[in-house]
Design a binder for this molecule. Structure first.
Ligand code: CMP
Length: 228
């Protein structure tokens, strides 16, 4: 189990630039956090003092509008990191983090990380790279909200989930995203009805099969073309 944890941690942006000595130094400040499905780790607006790397499970990052509507910023899986914005910019949490499935996380206190990073600029650069990738994705998502129709956004979201959680099966690419239809709609930024219609249309064309909290992508190439 310890080896497995090390393996997952090593792929995280924070750890991938570390040599063994530094990994061991940082590992001593890591604490394990276990969340049950649906459990909130922190809420938007909370004070943030830790960064997290997912060891197993899935965590969603959400923002809530004043009228209660939710926007899902993303769903993160093993080796992905979150909670770093309040490390670099010590202000309240910019989103809530909620476990989509039972999850195990590695938590690292910002106070332990700051001195560690200030003496290791190459690790800070690695974190900046992860932040830059996130900004690029956010720009894409924003442009898609303006320029792309709902079926295109659904196709894109499913392909992104497939990249993270997809497993090749004999009949296609199995994507166990573990999201309800409502959550999928929140991820795409559209109503549940419109997203369901798009999914049903894709299924009718034979591009995918809908399963409970999962899809099987049967024609990835056409989905890619639809996502463009
Ligand atoms: P923090 O603000 O500390 O807590 C919420 C976390 O959600 C934040 O750090 C980031 O790690 C993550 N987050 C915020 N906005 C986005 C986004 N647009 N895409 C992916 N992750 C995000």
């Amino acid at each position: 189990m310890v080896d497995e944890i090390n393996e997952v941690l090593r792929k995280a942006p924070l750890f991938e630039a570390l040599d063994e000595e530094d990994t061991a130094a940082l590992r001593s400040s890591v604490s394990e956090v276990r969340l049950g499905r649906g459990q909130t780790l922190f809420s938007e607006g909370d004070e943030g003092d830790r960064l997290y790397v997912i060891l197993s499970g899935k965590v969603k990052l959400t923002r809530t509008a004043v009228d209660g509507r939710e926007n899902l910023l993303g769903v993160l899986g093993p080796s992905e990191m979150f909670g770093e914005l309040s490390l670099f910019d010590p202000r309240p949490r910019t989103a809530s983090a909620v476990a989509v499935t039972d999850s195990v996380l590695a938590g690292l206190g910002h106070d332990d990380l700051r001195p560690f990073l200030s003496s290791r600029p190459h690790v800070s650069l690695q974190l900046l790279k992860a932040l830059a990738a996130r900004l690029r994705r956010t720009n894409d998502v924003m442009a898609d909200l303006v320029f792309t129709d709902v079926p295109g956004r659904v196709a894109k979201a499913l392909l992104e989930l497939a990249d993270k959680f997809g497993k090749e099966g004999e009949d296609g690419l199995h994507v166990h995203h573990d999201l309800t239809q409502e959550e999928l709609a929140q991820l795409v930024g559209a109503s549940r009805e419109t997203v369901n219609k798009a999914l049903a249309e894709f299924a009718l064309r034979g591009w995918l099969r809908i399963e409970a909290k999962a899809v099987v992508l049967l024609d990835v190439e056409r989905m890619r073309r639809r996502a463009r």
